[in-house]
Design a protein around this ligand. Structure first.
Ligand SMILES: C[S@@+](CC[C@H](N)C(=O)[O-])C[C@H]1O[C@@H](n2cnc3c(N)ncnc32)[C@H](O)[C@@H]1O
Length: 466
């Protein structure tokens, strides 16, 4: 991988958060729930019995409580790019490790308290309906997610940045994978440096990352992938599918904003050489894990939908696991191993592919839900122009949900679809209007069993650098 430069991710993360210091307890005694006594009738809940990380008042209680501390504000601290990179990685690791404590507070304790405050009659009704059971199942699912998340960290070197891994790679469901003394030390150091345990915004991203695993690497994500990735793959094949497999391997395809890498993987498994590019450590750690580590299909289970209590049709739906990976990346890629070049490059798209050494290197660039991540989309167009060889094709699918719109202190240039096409055309791209599809209805990391569904009317466009 090229050297990651994730400064932008960090800088975008400096929204003012309500600040206050809280002590926090990060490691429970045995990693196991003591909540069995709570699975009872309508009697008062006994908080003395909840696991130790839920005891006392020593850490934030709800998802809305502030997690940031004063020195979390990047702008207040002058860091070199290398320091900022290291800090970004440490912040992401902090979110992975704080997930359990934060989630048990936000999604379990908070709810048990609300039920506890009810009248006896209401509490009995709620309990008989299975609501308390559901919350206790959520607790177990949080612990299973914690195991999954810590496995990702362990595979990526654990808490040791420069030396090879800390922590064993496999652990049974619900247990910590990273040794506890290392976790304690990690958070003690953060506290010493005046840093919060983790940032709210990062915990949010972590929960989205779990859903991204469903989109890219579970059987349940198949429908979303079929709708989203197939039009892009079909278009790529319509450009290069006539080539023999050995000639296809000479076609270099770039995927900026590759996420967890499934689209890149599909392109490589069709015989094209493919490079994914990402700048988020959430995605980089997770894609490295899923592409390289599993030894059999569906080896890992996670519970991606437990954090949303609204619009659930049943407890079983909310608590259903996803199993990943639905296919084993290593086995499929072995087919083309000798010829196809498949890689992931860490770094900012503009910084990496705007360079002279990337000029004209790519036969195709495929952007999927990516163009609207730009602060200034013209920078992305310039970078695409630089990276594509003359005659190279840019295939794009997505909405225009400008990621930096209304973000305090951030530059954001938002374009309508018409403006987007107008500027790209003036910049020199030649669109094939016969291929334009204006309204492909797509979801993004949706829970198909939830009563709420967002859909984007995405457009597909195909353009060439003449
Ligand atoms: C909306 S997600 C789409 C992910 C993937 N293409 C998919 O369809 O599932 C956008 C991705 O682009 C990445 N990204 C945003 N800006 C980037 C940049 N400047 N350089 C590299 N990656 C970037 C984000 O980290 C995120 O993973």
């Amino acid at each position: 991988m090229s050297s990651p430069n994730l400064n932008k991710d960090l800088r975008s993360d400096t929204q003012q958060l309500h600040r206050h210091h809280q002590d926090y307890d990060l490691v429970d005694n045995d990693g196991k729930s003591n909540n069995s006594q709570l699975i009872s009738s309508g009697s008062k809940l006994n908080y003395g019995d909840v696991p130790s990380e839920l005891e006392g008042q020593s850490f934030p209680l709800t998802a809305h409580d502030a997690l940031a501390s004063p020195s979390d504000n990047f702008e207040e601290v002058q860091l070199t790019p290398e320091e900022a990179d290291r800090r970004a990685l440490q912040d992401v690791k902090a979110a992975f490790l704080f997930y359990k404590t934060h989630s048990l507070n936000s999604f379990v304790r908070h709810r048990l308290r609300a039920i506890d405050a009810l009248s006896d009659a209401h509490r009995a009704l709620i309990s008989e309906a299975g609501v308390i059971d559901k919350i206790l199942r959520v607790e177990k699912a949080i612990r299973a997610n914690n195991t999954f998340l810590q496995t990702i960290l362990a595979v990526n070197g654990g808490l040791v940045t420069d030396v090879a891994g800390a922590g064993s790679s496999h652990s049974s469901c619900g247990e910590d994978v990273i040794p506890r003394d290392l976790i304690r030390q990690f958070f003690a150091e953060r506290r010493q440096r005046g840093l919060s345990p983790a940032r709210e915004h990062h915990l949010d991203k972590l929960r989205s990352t779990l859903r991204q695993f469903v989109r890219d690497w579970s059987a349940e994500g198949q429908a979303e992938r079929q709708q989203t990735y197939t039009p892009l793959l079909d278009e790529l094949d319509s450009q290069f599918g006539h080539l023999s497999m050995s000639d296809r391997a000479k076609i270099n395809v770039l995927i900026p904003g590759a996420g967890l890498g499934r689209l890149s993987f599909e392109i490589a498994s069709r015989g094209y050489s493919c490079q994914g590019n990402e700048f988020s450590y959430f995605m980089l750690l997770s894609s490295n894990f899923i592409l390289n580590f599993p030894s059999k299909p569906n080896e890992f289970s996670l519970y991606p939908f437990i954090h949303t209590f609204s619009n659930a049709i049943s407890a079983d739906a909310q608590l259903r696991p996803a199993h990943v990976p639905d296919v084993l990346p290593s086995s499929l890629l072995r087919k083309h191993q000798s010829e196809v070049d498949f890689s992931m490059v860490a770094g900012d798209f503009i910084e990496v592919y705007g360079q002279p050494d990337q000029a004209g290197k790519w036969d195709a660039v495929v952007t999927c839900f990516f163009m609207d991540t730009a602060k200034n989309p013209v920078d992305y167009l310039d970078t695409l122009w630089n990276a594509l060889r003359p005659g190279g094709v840019w295939i794009n699918l997505g909405p225009l949900l400008w990621h930096f719109e209304n973000m305090p202190g951030e530059q954001s240039i938002e374009l309508t679809r018409d403006e987007f096409f107008g500027i790209a055309t003036t910049r020199g791209f030649k669109f094939d209007h016969s291929k334009f599809r204006p309204t492909i209805s797509l979801s993004y990391t949706a829970d198909p069993q939830n009563m709420l569904e967002y859909r984007y009317k995405c457009f597909l466009s195909v353009a060439y650098r003449p």
